[in-house]
Design a binder for this molecule. Structure first.
Ligand code: GLU
Length: 430
């Protein structure tokens, strides 16, 4: 396979991008039927836009932020993916996340290509007004490459329903009519889908239950450790707690806590959301002990759920994990080196592109409802999500067993195969 020259300049400085490419190369070796030209095309995003986003801060000064939108593929339909606000976001990371969205949508059978966006900023340090001005100006700057049939954004790390409401409003003001289908993950009152906020965490839990069944384990005899207490981590904790599975340790960006008897998740949630807990952190929760962050992932447990960020399970700690299952709530939490170490153990990995795909699946439901102006009720959403997750899980599991592949290679090859097939059938223009 040739290496696209341009990649060296723009994306290859990022270890996250190099990791996504390494995964694609591993999968390509399993798919010899595809022309290398097609795999080369999948190695680079279709289109990337870098914008500067000037914002009038509350102080009266102007601050300029860097924003990115990367569309990995437009082959299967509009591109789809979140918008992330985080201090260290860069073009390579966003390109990797966009590539993973393509495989995720392929595995789930959604009519989308992958995309991702980001703005390098610390949302915890911005006022509500600053965040609104940042979001509206970013929307304006990427207007030429987004659209309900072109590229549809959704929440990701550091963004939420309110962020999507501002994008929806800005876009609608520009085109002159209300266009809810421009974003997903909106507030329900604005055409958002009931259950979208909880969908990623719920999907993670459906996958965990399937894995436990296969390992002959029942939830009430199991324990979980969760890294991340944002949208994905907190909903996952809540759903596991409801099933009687004990969550014994949790970490967020401020620190980690542990209670080997099980953390009372509703009580923790109340503590986190209390107005006096200004940073809305789990740290300081009275019914758990504080532990060093580097002890979190190596805490003995049945299910380890990295639900924060990339590359946290790496060659330094992979050999020290003491879990039976890894359920990847985050995108890209396990490096290829760690994958190779874990492949020698009996740790069962539910890879990100399958495990956290519940979010984009319900995003798809939201988009369909907005296009049709025909809204579903909660039961309809949840049962469709469960069905779609089960179907994808068993497709991946079947591929892994029948072709003797790891769960990650099986999942990725299903996603890559779908996109590569579509590219091959559509042909190369001109
Ligand atoms: N940001 C989420 C993800 O990484 C959701 C994307 C979407 O709903 O479009 O899958």
């Amino acid at each position: 396979m040739s290496t696209p020259v341009a990649a060296h300049n723009l994306f290859e400085n990022s270890e996250v991008f190099r990791m996504a490419c390494e995964q694609l190369r591993t999968v390509a070796a399993e798919l010899p039927e595809f022309d290398v030209g097609i795999i080369d095309r999948l190695m680079l995003p279709k289109r990337s836009l870098v914008v500067s986003v000037p914002v009038r801060m509350d102080s009266g000064k102007t601050q300029v932020f860097l924003g990115y939108r990367v569309q990995h593929s437009l082959t299967s339909g509009a591109s789809k993916g979140g918008l992330r606000y985080a201090p260290n976001v860069d073009i390579g990371e966003v390109a990797a996340l966009a590539m993973w969205m393509s495989w995720k949508c392929g595995i789930m059978g959604l009519p989308y290509g992958g995309a991702k966006g980001g703005i390098a900023c610390d949302p915890a340090k911005l006022s509500l007004g600053e965040k609104e001005r940042l979001t509206r100006r970013f929307t304006e700057e990427v207007l030429s490459i987004i659209g309900p049939r072109v590229d549809v954004m959704a929440p990701d790390m550091g963004t939420d329903e309110q962020t999507m409401a501002w994008i929806y409003d800005t876009y609608s003001m520009k085109i002159g009519y209300a266009c809810p289908e421009i974003v997903t993950g909106k507030p329900v009152e604005l055409g958002g889908c009931i259950g979208r906020r909880e969908a990623t965490g719920r999907g993670v839990v459906y996958c965990i239950l399937e894995a436990l069944k296969e390992l002959n384990l029942t939830p009430d005899t199991c324990t979980a450790v969760v890294q991340g207490y944002g949208n994905v981590g907190s909903v996952t904790c809540d759903e596991l707690h409801k099933l009687g599975l004990k969550v014994i340790a949790i970490g967020d960006r401020y620190g980690s806590i542990r209670n080997t008897h099980g953390i009372n998740i509703p009580a923790l949630q109340k503590y986190v959301l209390a107005p006096e807990n200004e940073r809305h952190t789990i740290v300081g929760y009275p019914k758990a002990e504080a532990i060093p962050d580097d002890e979190l992932l190596t805490t003995p447990c049945t299910v380890l759920i990295p639900a924060a960020t990339e590359r946290v399970i790496n060659k330094e700690n992979a050999g020290k994990l003491q879990c039976r299952v890894i359920a990847e709530g985050a995108n890209g939490p396990t490096t290829p080196e760690a994958d190779r170490i874990l492949a020698e153990t009996d740790v069962f990995i539910i890879p990100d592109v399958l495990c956290n795909a519940g979010g984009v699946t319900v995003s798809y439901f939201e988009w369909v409802q907005d296009l049709q102006q025909f809204m579903w009720d909660e039961d309809q959403v949840n049962s469709a999500l469960r069905k779609q997750m089960h179907k994808a899980y068993s497709k991946v599991r079947h591929k892994a067993l029948s072709r003797k592949l790891t769960m990650r290679t099986a999942a990725l090859s299903l996603g890559v195969e779908k996109v590569a097939n579509e590219k091959a059938k559509r042909g190369l223009f001109p």
